[in-house]
Design a protein around this ligand. Structure first.
Ligand code: FE
Length: 425
């Protein structure tokens, strides 16, 4: 499937427009921000996005030495594989203006090259890689703003999509299933390759993600203090974190509220619980006598249409996502009953968009895994990370599909993640 170079150029420009909006007001103290293990200094991250695009779309030459950067010394500043995370606050970084000039200069050169050499399959691949890399950093900027309490980068709209019910479980038959991406479907990451047959036992999965109201019952029962709900690693995390509720929940005058960016608002009961880590999701499951889906079950539920029909690219079919299907590139979470047009064949809602969903599965390579040119994307993280699926309101529309695998360590609650559950046998 060869994508027209003009579509790729439009994708680059759209990704830049969104990341520019999320970083537009970074200035003064916010340029470096607090030194935390889970965030990057914004000034560094903006430059890193430019560096990555330049490296893969303009400088990379197969096995040969890369061409020079238009910014002398760029590799020593922005190569995330070589510049240790905790040194990024003290690097001699260019000013914000100079960093933005680098960013704009690289984009202009890439667009020009795409016009000239758009027939080059390698260039088309790397342009997509750089676009999706920028999309992922835009989402990271977005959740960093929540972590450190900067203002919401997007104005809130009053018009929420209508929420209907999507309660209870969908019972799925299981059977043989092709897990992963098939060749010929466009750009994929190495960790999705390739589709291979797996056996799925019958299972029942919730039509909706767990809501704040449901999670509140766990919190109010004292679940964060009850050892029996946590496995050893989860309890070790809970003891070190000293928490009694999800991060950003605040109890004021007897009722629970939620810090959203720089504001504290009433806890939206029918929205999905957000900013819970894998341990918290697992503990809730023990409380509710449910379990997390495996990533095989998740992908099966999202992709399975009618018996005998092929696998769907998206929960609703093969059509690219619109604003009616899924909460992507949005302002914030929507109620779990919203977006009925995006339902799967079995009636599961919001499997794409709104919140990332933790699965029970460890992030591992598929059989026959071969690393792609950007070697640090998947390979360093196998075994230590858990798989999330589906994307959040802050994810790019162009990025996601049913086979897309995200992965974080089980202690990460800063990302835009919640979860849905399965019935226990
Ligand atoms: Fe990066």
């Amino acid at each position: 499937m060869d994508i027209d170079p003009s579509i790729l150029a439009a994708g680059l420009i759209a990704s830049r427009a969104r990341s520019a909006r999320i970083t537009a007001d970074l200035d003064g103290e916010r340029l470096l921000g607090p030194k935390l293990r889970i965030v990057n200094p914004p000034l560094w991250e903006v430059g890193h996005v430019a560096w990555f695009q330049e490296f893969w779309c303009l400088r990379h030459r197969g096995d040969g030495a890369p061409r020079d950067s238009i910014l002398p010394g760029a590799d020593a500043l922005y190569d995330s594989a070589r510049v240790a995370h905790d040194t990024r606050w003290t690097l001699p970084l260019p000013s914000l203006d100079a960093t933005r000039s680098y960013l704009a200069g690289v984009l202009a050169l890439v667009l020009r090259r795409l016009e000239r050499e758009g027939g080059d399959a390698d260039l088309r691949y790397f342009v997509q890689l750089a676009t999706f890399h920028e999309d992922m950093h835009a989402e990271a900027f977005h959740y960093t703003r929540q972590t450190v309490g900067y203002p919401d980068p997007f104005p809130q709209s009053d018009s929420m999509p209508p929420a209907e019910g999507a309660s209870g479980d969908a019972a799925l038959e299981g059977g043989r299933f092709l897990l992963g991406a098939s060749p010929g479907g466009g750009f994929v990451f190495d960790n999705e390759k390739w589709a291979h047959e797996v056996q799925v036992a019958p299972f029942s999965i919730a039509r909706s993600a767990v809501t704040n109201a449901q999670y509140l019952a766990f919190v109010e029962s004292g679940g964060y203090g009850r050892r029996e709900y946590w496995d050893d690693a989860g309890w070790a995390w809970r003891e070190s974190a000293v928490m009694q509720s999800p991060r950003h929940w605040v109890k004021q005058d007897g009722s629970w509220r939620l810090r959203r960016f720089d504001q504290v608002l009433p806890l939206p009961a029918e929205h999905p619980v957000l900013h819970v880590n894998w341990h918290e999701a697992q503990a809730y499951c023990r409380f509710a006598q449910r379990r997390l889906p495996t990533e095989i079950e998740w992908e099966y539920a999202a992709s399975f249409g009618a018996p005998g029909a092929g696998k769907r690219r998206y929960p609703w079919g093969d059509a690219a996502p619109t604003a009616a299907h899924a909460n992507l590139e949005g302002n914030g979470t929507a109620p779990v009953g919203a977006y009925p047009h995006g339902d799967t064949a079995s009636g599961c809602r919001q499997m794409i968009g709104n919140v990332w969903e933790w699965t029970a599965s460890a992030f591992e390579p598929y059989p026959g895994y071969v690393v792609d040119p950007y070697k640090e994307y998947s390979q360093p993280w196998f075994g230590t990370h858990k798989v999330l699926r589906g994307g959040s309101f802050a994810s790019s529309r162009a990025l996601l599909r049913n086979t897309w695998r995200n992965f974080y360590t089980p202690d990460r609650g800063d990302i835009f993640a919640g979860f849905r559950t399965c019935a226990k046998d």
